[in-house]
Design a protein around this ligand. Sequence first.
Ligand code: GTP
Ligand code: MG
Length: 283
Amino acid sequence: MTEVSRLNADDVTTNIASQGISTREAGTSTMRTQRHGGQVRTVRPDPELLAFARQMRDDFARLQMEHEFAVDEVLTKVSILQREFMHLHQYNPIEHVTSRVKSLESILQKVAKRGIDWNPQAIRANLTDIAGVRITCSFIADTHRILKTLTSQTDVKVIEVKDYIANPKPNGYKSLHAIIEIPVFLSTGPVPVTVEVQIRTIAMDFWASLEHKIYYKYDGAVPDRLVADLSDAADAAEQLDRRMEQLHTEVRGAGSSAEAADTSDELEEELLLRLWQQSRQNT
Ligand code: GTP
Ligand code: MG
């Protein structure tokens, strides 16, 4: 076997990481040319290696698809909670929800960085943030309420909860993190899939996205002055969160949602009475 006729593992990584490659592309992109005297010959890659690359491509496509379904399931759960909460309390605790499934390239980078075994089973077991859902709430109390309601659902298995609101990271990062496992029902039966859920307030989210940009701009080596400024900003964000929550509680008052419910009950009663009178006239 000549040195150019074998595709090495790095090539497989690169080809698969480029995503969306078809079988034909997987085949042709792994070919090599070899010069013999004045002639250029195409050398086909090892068929076993090619089969391995194709198998990996299919396995990873499945892995990503299952995580996309799991994200859909969690988004549905969150939407139900939000709408029911509105119905019960006439108030929306969730400002917005975002989600993502890690790209194949980013999965492979993390696998390589952590030295995780290169197969879908090991990746499933060790990478718990392939699927991510971020819920941004209005107030701190809402973050805890949403976490509690979501994680107490019977089909949700809680793998881990990290409370970075009670225990912020040294840089000032605050958020609630939960790694949950939910079943995704495929034609072959249920498959448990893990999803990382991050829940935080608007102020915490604003801070985290700015910190993220700064961190990447300086490639992790953030100058001391900025680290101190970020820490101050995190304190200011916390103060803002607390004051806004105080104001909100003051304005709504403890009985305000009950009052609102009473008013709508009265309206319903009036309507019911009218309908009842009409039905009696018609008979
Ligand atoms: P990762 O290897 O990043 O997944 O860390 P981990 O497995 O130790 O989990 P952790 O719960 O600490 O962080 C998970 C995710 O939370 C990260 O991928 C980020 O999205 C977010 N996060 C954690 N720490 C910070 C931070 O200091 N700043 C920002 N902006 N985001 C953070
Ligand atoms: Mg993580």
